[in-house]
Design a protein. Structure first.
Length: 332
């Protein structure tokens, strides 16, 4: 059981390709204070950490100082749970072509234990503890943000594999011929199509290859975002809706393939793209039932995260922080 006597809080960091969101969390899962910085604003890890510490210090002071903090947990792209490193993360400028010992860096700067896991794994832990996956022991979490991440839970445990990198479903190859270039260096990855950046790219391709009238034609093609597509689709824009049909078709196809190795009771979707609601979810479900093996038809649920914003990832990351303390107590 988690002690609340002297150090009642942990820090959870949801480190995404676009934003880094920090939360100070108590043992009941209540987020007491939050702050954020732009991940993309920094090109080297030293500048990023300096900005993070400056921002963190404000909310640490709000809860009584660092002496009230037991530990820190980080959810980040390409994070190695075993080593506490970010390794060759395609969407992070300062972690793109190197191995960054981020857990050790934060631990040295803050003077507390720090552990790290993949951002999608952190979201899965948060969802399993506080969200729609409560009570589930077999599910797959898909995070649809700057990239496509995944957290795979089988028999109640996250899948890490031998090296800490198992479960990178965003980099499953979906199109082998003329596949889009992906930030990971390969082509045809799910992430290149079904991330927020992938949706914007699909919109630009549809605009350039069709004459379909669209509200999106009033926007500079290079400035179109997934939010623009969502707004247009919500207004009944046929081209924008076709972008979501295309995206949902591919996600459903991918989920049908993923089902064969874990037979999940649910696929849970998290991230900005889920704000499109049924515009995305209905094509996913239709495609899944079309492509899945008959023995699996009608079994899996398709759910949107029950936690708002980055709460799932922040809470999941904080759980990693609590876990450090639990392990230390057992070791002692």
């Amino acid at each position: 059981m988690i002690s609340q006597s002297l150090k009642p809080y942990v820090i959870g960091l949801d480190l995404g390709g676009t934003n880094s969101v920090f939360g100070i969390v108590d043992s009941r899962g209540d987020i007491k204070a939050t702050t954020a910085i732009k991940t993309q604003a920094y090109t080297d890890v030293e500048s990023y950490v300096n900005a993070a510490i400056d921002s963190l210090q404000i909310i640490i002071d709000q809860v009584g100082g660092i002496d009230k903090i037991k530990a820190m947990g980080i959810g980040a792209p390409n994070a190695n749970y075993y080593r506490g490193t970010i390794e060759y993360a395609p969407n992070i400028a300062w972690g793109h072509d190197c191995c960054v010992p981020l857990a050790d860096i934060f631990s040295q700067r803050l003077g507390i234990p720090v552990a790290m896991t993949n951002d999608a794994n952190a979201a899965a832990i948060g969802e399993m503890t506080y969200g729609v996956a409560r009570g589930m022991k077999n599910f797959i979490m898909l995070t649809l943000g700057t990239g496509v991440g995944s957290g795979i839970v089988i028999n109640g445990q996250l899948v890490y594999g031998s090296d800490g990198f198992a479960g990178e479903l965003g980099h499953v190859t979906m199109r082998r011929e003329n596949g889009r270039a992906c930030g990971c260096g390969r082509t045809g990855c799910l992430e290149a199509y079904c991330s927020a950046t992938g949706v914007a790219r699909t919109a630009r391709e549809f605009l350039s290859t069709t004459d379909t009238p669209s509200l999106l034609r009033d926007i500079d093609p290079e400035k179109i975002t997934s939010l623009d597509v969502s707004v247009a689709a919500g207004k009944g824009d046929e081209l924008a809706k076709s972008v979501y049909d295309f995206t949902g078709e591919m996600l459903g196809e991918a989920c049908a393939d993923f089902t064969v190795f874990s037979s999940p009771e649910a696929f849970i979707f998290f991230g900005g793209l889920t704000k499109a609601g049924d515009l995305l979810m209905n094509p996913i479900k239709r495609s899944y039932e079309t492509h899945v093996m008959p023995v699996f038809k009608g079994k899996a649920q398709f759910l949107i995260s029950g936690l708002d914003g980055s709460s799932a990832a922040v809470l999941g990351a904080s759980a990693i922080g609590w876990d450090i303390q639990e392990k230390q107590v057992k070791d002692e």
